[in-house]
Design a protein around this ligand. Structure first.
Ligand code: MTE
Length: 363
């Protein structure tokens, strides 16, 4: 079956499918919920041409392989067939109805000269498993998610624990614009003009105690308004963590808006973490709890697939995901792939945080 893939599919198929297949078998022996496999449409991790070729190749291939090949960042059982290539086109192509609202960003490119993604792209292609595992359905399903009133509790090993509402947050912190690249572990990326404030300022306001070494973030847990949380396949609420020095780095922000508008629900309203040198799954959305802790937190993804999603999650083209290469990525809106940069292009600002660490081991 795999032998008929003779072009550039060969490598990926031989590398990917056997691994997934083994993984399926392995998991099924250990756990009845073997469908808890990470979900990623393979059009996210391969060039479109390869994807199209594979769709042809996959005709007649067993369902188990289809399921395996779809699996990735999420661990939900994927739909029986991959999303049509049209879905990919829809995300990448200009919106059918142009967004007439003038984007409020101070520049049209990031510091590397790459264009900002459009508001439409950024808000219609989302990972937010609390609503859907289908990136193009999140916006619709999250539309009525109530984001006001909202409070966030900042506590744990701090001198002045506090609960802030959004008015407090707005008064306490001056909003800054940060144009950042977002690189998803699934190997797609965007350039986004965020509004927000440095996470370090929020942490300084509560006074971390000397025992505090890490920061744990959690999303709201309310399956009534986040239906995806009814799924038993993940350990909700969505949890992420940073080392305290990472959290204090100036690049780490709490975003409250993008393109000059308050965040929409699909983007993690009313406030989310943004750490641009790390894979996007660190950017926990709709945060209600920030806790300073002594031990390294376990994230939802570490719990779900510890061999695939590590604590550090620094963008690293030299360390592949167990099932696909991280050497390149597809910028949403572009057809060809581009090389992935170490630390997503922010090495100068953050590489020193990892001096002396083995980044293969600490992936
Ligand atoms: N936060 C929560 N609560 N739930 C999620 O499913 N997905 C993560 C991250 N934050 C996720 C989340 C992943 S995998 C990515 S790539 C980014 O959000 C995507 O952010 P975006 O939808 O704004 O592009």
């Amino acid at each position: 079956m795999l032998g008929i893939a003779v072009d550039d599919n060969w490598f990926i198929l031989n590398k990917t499918i056997p691994t997934l297949h083994l993984k399926l078998n392995f998991r099924s022996e250990r756990h009845p919920t073997m469908n808890k496999l990470p979900k990623i449409p393979w059009y996210e991790i391969t060039p479109e041409k390869v994807y199209l070729n594979r769709r042809q190749l996959m005709v007649g291939v067993g369902a188990a392989v289809s399921v395996a090949a779809l699996a990735a960042c999420g661990m939900e059982a994927p739909p029986a067939a991959p999303a049509a290539p049209a879905a990919e086109g829809a995300a990448a192509a200009p919106a059918a109805t142009p967004d007439t609202r003038a984007p409020a960003a101070s520049a049209t490119t990031d510091e590397l000269g790459d264009s900002l993604n459009s508001f439409e792209q950024i808000t219609n292609y989302n990972n937010f498993y609390e609503f859907s595992t289908d990136k193009e359905d999140v916006a619709r399903l999250a539309k009525n998610f109530p984001v006001s009133p909202w409070t966030v509790t900042v506590g744990g090993l701090v001198d002045k624990p506090a609960t802030y509402d959004m008015d407090d947050i707005r008064k306490m912190f001056t909003t800054e614009e940060r144009i950042y690249r977002l690189r998803c572990v699934e190997a797609w990326s965007m350039v986004i003009p965020w509004q927000g404030f440095p996470l370090g300022k929020l942490l300084a306001a509560v006074g971390p105690k000397s025992e505090a070494k890490y920061v744990r973030f959690q999303t709201l847990h309310n399956p009534d308004v986040m239906p995806g949380q009814s799924s038993a396949w993940y350990s909700w609420p969505y949890t992420e963590g940073l080392r305290l020095d990472e959290a204090m780095n100036d690049l780490a922000i709490i975003a409250t808006g993008l393109y000059g508008k308050d965040l929409l629900p699909q983007s993690g309203a009313p406030l989310r973490l943004v750490t641009p040198w790390k894979y996007g799954f660190k950017s926990v959305k709709s945060i209600v709890s920030i806790e300073l802790v002594a031990e390294q937190p376990t994230s939802l993804w570490m719990d779900a697939a510890p061999n695939e999603y590590g604590f550090y999650a620094n963008v690293n083209p030299d360390v592949d995901h167990p099932r696909w290469s991280q050497a390149s990525e597809r910028r949403i809106g572009e057809l060809s792939r581009r090389p992935t940069l170490p630390f997503n292009g922010y090495a100068e600002q953050v590489a020193h945080l990892y001096d002396g660490m083995d980044l293969r081991e600490n992936f």
